[in-house]
Unconditional design. Structure first.
Length: 142
């Protein structure tokens, strides 16, 4: 997991205003997640999900800003997206998912087990894209 306080300090020492602001926003989201009413444990999967959500939010903002001819604001959001993307680990590829399936399910997957298998893969391959996993599992249905 990311030591967000360390990241903030490093960005501040480097006088990287965009990075320090982005890390502070991430820290606020982490605290919000941890203290929410129905808080789930904060682990690597939750962290990756949180960062991906922040990236998606910024990409939506970029589209809106560009539609309204506000390139200056879109550029600021793009800079934050770049900082957040550096925090994401390398995500599992289609080949990784297929290797997992062939190793753990050499005889294929029954249709009624599909949801369970997808959940298992997403739990073991941290950050795996749900759509990619679903397509790979469908390809080995019995």
């Amino acid at each position: 997991m990311i030591d967000i306080n360390k990241k903030i300090m490093e960005a501040m020492k480097a006088h990287d205003k965009v990075a320090s602001e982005t890390y502070k926003l991430l820290k606020a989201k982490i605290l919000e997640y941890k203290t929410s009413k129905n808080a789930k444990p904060y682990d690597d999967v939750a962290e990756i999900t949180l960062i991906k959500k922040m990236i998606d939010d910024r990409q939506n903002s970029i589209r809106i800003y560009l539609d309204n001819n506000r390139a200056d604001l879109a550029d600021a959001e793009k800079a934050q997206v770049e900082v957040l993307e550096k925090l994401l680990p390398s995500l599992p590829t289609e080949e990784d998912v297929k290797n997992y399936l062939s190793e753990h399910y050499p005889n294929g997957v029954e249709k009624k087990q599909m949801g369970i298998v997808i959940k298992e893969i997403k739990g073991n391959l941290v950050g795996a894209d749900g759509k990619l996993v679903s397509e790979c599992v469908k390809s080995v249905l019995v």
